[in-house]
Design a protein around this ligand. Structure first.
Ligand code: PHE
Length: 345
């Protein structure tokens, strides 16, 4: 019995070495025969008990060699077949077929306009600074020289957080000014884009949420002329190289003197009359020299430093650019509306 087991091992070795599997089916047959749960080697392992004691070890080693020979044969053949498979698939592929359609997303018109404004200011060294939308009273109002009894603090305008008298949704990006000034040494040259909130009735022209871009420049010897030149540069980049601007005196608690900037839009047709209220001028932003009280509140010495700030709304600029007549469309996220806007501006 044991003798035939020895020769059976040799026979299997010869068989395995002589086998060549050219397809998956024959490889599977091979696997079942030599490596499956009922493989032919199992009965040989059962023969160990019949081998004379002094040759048991040798017999066991032989059997293990046989087993690993089968395993190696299987795995090398398997990977060769996979290679052939892949090459075949390549040949079957029709490279001239059109690709699957790839739906492209599009940017929100607010983002397009906001990014354009950021680009313009980044070119002259302003750095983007983003801050929280949930602010405290101090950064939104007090630091910005807005006294307790100022109408801007009215419950009508400001969304306070439930059960809180100090936390609110920022009403303007000017809160970023106080955040940055209290944490950074001048010179400061930042641009702060973001969302702001006011408790206003929602209509085609106003919303309780909208976007602003704030600018702040603090250094030694900063003058009103510096501000005017910066804003003229912006207007010409944004609205064309021949754009005319004008600054009208205005009032903001955090700037002194304060102004509003208009760009000349023209009076070519009825729509121009309507959007410029018959003047041809369009108000774009509020600005001014940072009030010394604001600098003091933020621990910056107004005897050494001065600066200017400006803030502009994004929605109106986007509505003008894309001829959008209802501000609510900008917040409804209807993809049929949103996918109309190209990123080229
Ligand atoms: N924060 C003002 C607003 O919301 C705009 C502004 C910013 C004005 C900076 C002057 C300086 O209307």
């Amino acid at each position: 019995m044991a003798d035939s087991a020895w020769s059976q091992i040799e026979a299997y070795i010869a068989e395995i070495e002589g086998t060549s599997c050219n397809d998956k089916e024959s490889l599977e047959q091979f696997r079942i025969r030599f490596l499956g749960s009922k493989n032919v080697l199992k009965s040989l392992f059962g023969e160990i008990k019949n081998v004379e004691n002094e040759r048991k070890k040798e017999f066991g080693q032989k059997l293990n060699e046989l087993k690993s020979l089968a395993e190696t044969k299987f795995s090398t053949t398997q990977s060769e077949l996979k290679k052939v498979d892949r090459a075949g698939a390549k040949q079957d592929m029709d490279m001239s077929l059109p690709a699957q359609p790839y739906p492209k997303g599009s940017r929100h018109p607010i983002s397009i306009v906001m990014n354009r404004i950021i680009d313009i200011f980044e070119k002259i060294g302003f750095v983007v600074s983003e801050e929280r939308e949930i602010e405290d009273d101090w950064h939104n109002f007090t630091a910005m020289n807005t006294p307790e009894d100022h109408p801007a603090r009215d419950m009508q305008d400001t969304f306070y957080l439930k059960d809180s008298v100090t936390n609110l949704l920022r009403t303007h990006t000017s809160s970023v000014q106080s955040r940055v000034m209290t944490s950074t040494e001048p010179p400061i040259r930042i641009i702060a884009p973001g969302r702001v909130y006011r408790n206003e009735t929602i209509s085609a022209r106003s919303h309780c949420q909208f976007h602003q871009v704030e600018g702040l420049f603090i250094d030694k010897n900063v003058s009103f002329a510096d501000m005017k030149q910066t804003l003229l540069y912006f207007a010409r980049e944004m609205y064309g190289p021949d754009t005319k601007i004008r600054l009208r005196p205005s009032y903001f608690p955090f700037t002194e003197p304060s102004a509003e900037m208009d760009v000349y839009w023209g009076l070519k047709d009825e729509i121009d009359y309507r959007i410029t209220k018959g003047t041809g001028w369009l108000e774009i932003l509020g600005c001014g020299m940072v009030d010394p009280n604001v600098l003091k509140n933020c621990n910056i010495d107004p005897e050494i430093y001065s600066g200017f700030a400006f803030g502009m709304g994004i929605e109106r600029q986007a509505m003008l650019k894309y001829n959008i007549s209802d501000i609510r469309l900008l917040f409804e996220n209807d993809v049929r509306f949103l996918k109309q806007f190209s990123t080229v501006i």
